[in-house]
Design a binder for this molecule. Structure first.
Ligand SMILES: Nc1ncnc2c1ncn2[C@@H]1O[C@H](COP(=O)(O)OP(=O)(O)OP(=O)(O)O)[C@@H](O)[C@H]1O
Length: 131
């Protein structure tokens, strides 16, 4: 059986700090998988531009933290959307209304976060430059 097919045995359950270290390591695996997505790499570039632009414009700590939190939300939604796409492609490789709706809903969740990030960045930049 191949590891690529997802047939590996699940690791044994850990407790305490080992559980925390395991969870961190699984999350880093998710991040590595997310880096393979073009959309996520574009969002990372946008994140650097937004945080860098706000810092250069002299935005306050509140504006920077707000942007950071919204960017974390965007990355989280992108990760969940990618997971949905993987599951849908596995469950319904053929055309189906279920697959289309599931993917389009995931896609909309990412779009909503992009709009929220853009609105925050625009307002914070305007306030920093005007004030
Ligand atoms: N199995 C399917 N059945 C029906 N519609 C699908 C199916 N797979 C994808 N679609 C639809 O086709 C469109 C494009 O989907 P696709 O997954 O290719 O999006 P994408 O953003 O290009 O994906 P990727 O993240 O791979 O670049 C979407 O509207 C999606 O809902």
């Amino acid at each position: 059986m191949s590891a690529d097919m997802g047939f590996r045995t699940a690791p044994a359950k850990q407790m305490g700090l080992r559980h925390l270290a395991g969870a961190l390591s699984y999350s880093m695996g998710g991040l590595r998988r997310l880096m393979a997505e073009t959309a996520f790499r574009h969002e990372l570039l946008g994140a650097v531009a937004a945080m860098g632009g706000l810092a250069l414009a002299g935005a306050g700590a509140g504006a920077l933290v707000g942007q950071f939190v919204l960017l974390c939300g965007l990355f989280a939604f992108e990760a969940v959307n990618t997971a949905i796409e993987l599951l849908v492609d596995r469950v319904s490789p053929e055309f189906s209304a279920f697959a289309q709706q599931a993917k389009d809903l995931g896609s909309f969740s990412v779009l909503a976060m992009i709009v929220a990030n853009t609105a925050w960045a625009g307002l914070a930049l305007w306030r920093a430059l005007a004030g």
